[in-house]
Design a binder for this molecule. Structure first.
Ligand code: PR8
Length: 468
């Protein structure tokens, strides 16, 4: 585990060519080529999962003030964070236009036009856009930015409350599968009322523990009930001829998923990328001497082609630098598997494979099984990253019945589980007393359990943590 996570994270983004934060606007960074590829493969995965049952759309970036301001709770939640466009060239605009902090108020007036009858439902749209939030808390690359560049927001509309609750479960399954693809562990909880998305009935959140023990919210799913339907007058004619308001949900993920992949799997040598998002899944390093150089290169190209034909992303590092430097670079960049081939290996008809996740060297014979053997090593590497990440999480969730123990456990890098009666006032007092954030309700409490503060019957097992 890395010593100073914050510093490590900051340095690795630059060293591995992921982002450059020197852009002259706070909270807005540049995606560099290596980072952009990781982002691309991550996006492909979420699209693959959403496209099974959702359709992609694209709404304008600007939202008229009149629409943004319509839903009272929602605007209250976001007003401190909105960037405004007030001029077109030299002219003052008739109406201020918001850079979307999220797109409910851009999308739902259009839903009001599109939805007429029960046959128009459900609607399941999503878009991948950049959103802007003038965050006042300390900004950090990927983790808390002012321009979220890969905001994946889904917005659904349903005829019944039951269907909207089912949709929440569907999103939970999709997000689980999505995060599982990269071996990112998560804790799912229902946020307390005071941390519910502005305008929503309830919020389900995915949190993960970063190496410094702080939790990062990496995805949220909101049941909006009929709040926005009533504000934007989104109604439909039901089978019985009655006009009814629709029920809505929305769900979102951001650049934070990339932050969690980097932070959770990384080690002191650099990134350890899960194969699915690694720009190169296999890096071939030829060990070249004057003698036998051409034969070695020819073999490397042949292997590359075989692996690429099997659908893998492969590069050959034939730079004219010491092999040691190449190893160092690809360790830093986290390529899951390196294959090294020199003239003697060629004579012996082998290549030396090295997994980035655990670093052991394995001899692979250069025969018809090579592709399968490489794929097998990649699978093992992914499984290992996933398992160690989940093990880390399991070790870092500690239960206590003593409120005075919470601070000590959290400062030691843990998330704390505790019994809670579920009362809002009691919850806020727990936060005040301890100085940490209640993530939410994780599970039902055990029979007979008592609330950690009020001593009343506990309804839930809740989580409390230091959060990003
Ligand atoms: C919604 N509306 O907006 P949410 N930097 C990086 N990631 C962030 C930031 C930030 N400043 N703020 C939030 N996130 C709903 C659902 C449409 C989609 C990430 O929900 O405000 C967090 O991981 O909860 C958060 O869970 C996700 O965006 C969705 O944002």
């Amino acid at each position: 585990m890395v010593e100073n996570f914050s510093e490590w994270f900051h340095d690795i983004l630059e060293q591995a060519n992921i982002t450059d934060s020197r852009y002259p606007i706070k909270g807005m960074a540049i995606w560099m080529p290596y980072g952009f590829k990781i982002r691309k493969y991550m996006l492909e995965r979420i699209k693959e999962l959403l496209d099974k049952d959702h359709e992609e759309v694209l709404f304008p970036l600007l939202v008229p003030e009149s629409e943004l301001a319509k839903e009272g709770e929602h605007v209250k939640g976001f007003e401190e964070e909105v960037y405004w466009v007030t001029k077109g060239g030299k002219n003052d605009l008739n109406e201020k236009l918001a850079l979307r902090p999220t797109s409910e108020t851009a999308i739902y007036p259009m839903y009001a036009l599109w939805i007429r009858s029960h046959i128009d439902l459900p609607i399941k749209y999503y878009q991948v856009v950049n959103t802007f939030r003038y965050e006042t808390k300390h900004t950090r690359p990927l983790i808390r930015v002012r321009e979220i560049t890969t905001f994946k927001e889904a917005h659904t509309a349903h005829a019944t409350k039951g269907e909207s609750d089912e949709q929440i479960q569907d999103f939970i399954e999709i997000y689980k599968e999505f995060l599982d693809s990269f071996g990112i562990p998560y804790m799912i909880s229902k946020r307390p009322s005071w941390d519910t998305f502005p305008g929503a009935d309830y919020t389900m959140a995915f949190d993960t523990i970063m190496p410094d023990g702080k939790t990062l919210q990496i995805g949220t799913i909101h049941n909006l009930g009929q709040t926005f339907a009533k504000t934007f007058d989104i109604t439909f004619e039901d089978k019985d001829g009655e006009h009814k308001y629709i029920y809505q949900t929305c769900a979102g993920l951001s650049d934070r998923v990339v932050a969690s992949i980097i932070g959770i799997h990384g080690d002191e040598k650099g990134l350890r990328l899960p194969p699915l998002v690694s720009p190169n899944q296999v890096t071939i390093i030829p060990i070249l001497f004057k003698k036998g150089k051409e034969e070695v290169m020819a073999k490397c190209l042949e292997i590359k082609e075989d692996l690429e034909n099997a659908g893998l992303r492969v590069n050959i590092d034939d730079r004219d630098i010491r092999p040691g430097k190449k190893f160092f670079d690809w360790e830093l960049k986290g390529t899951p598997l390196k294959l090294e081939i020199g003239p003697r290996d060629l004579e012996n008809n082998i290549t030396i494979a090295m997994r980035r996740d655990e670093g052991e060297k394995i001899e692979l014979t250069l025969d018809d099984n090579l592709v399968d053997n490489v794929k097998d090593l990649l699978d093992k590497s992914y499984e290992n990253l996933k398992k160690s990440a989940w093990d880390f999480q399991k070790e870092h969730v500690k239960f206590t019945e003593d409120i005075n123990e919470i601070a000590e456990l959290i400062e030691a890098g843990n998330v704390v589980a505790f019994n809670w009666c579920g009362d809002d006032e009691c919850g806020k007092e727990i936060e005040e007393k301890t100085g940490y954030d209640i993530l939410g309700i994780h599970e039902d409490a055990e029979e007979g359990a008592k609330c950690i503060l009020s001593g009343d019957d506990a309804k839930y097992l809740a989580l409390i943590a230091k959060t990003y």
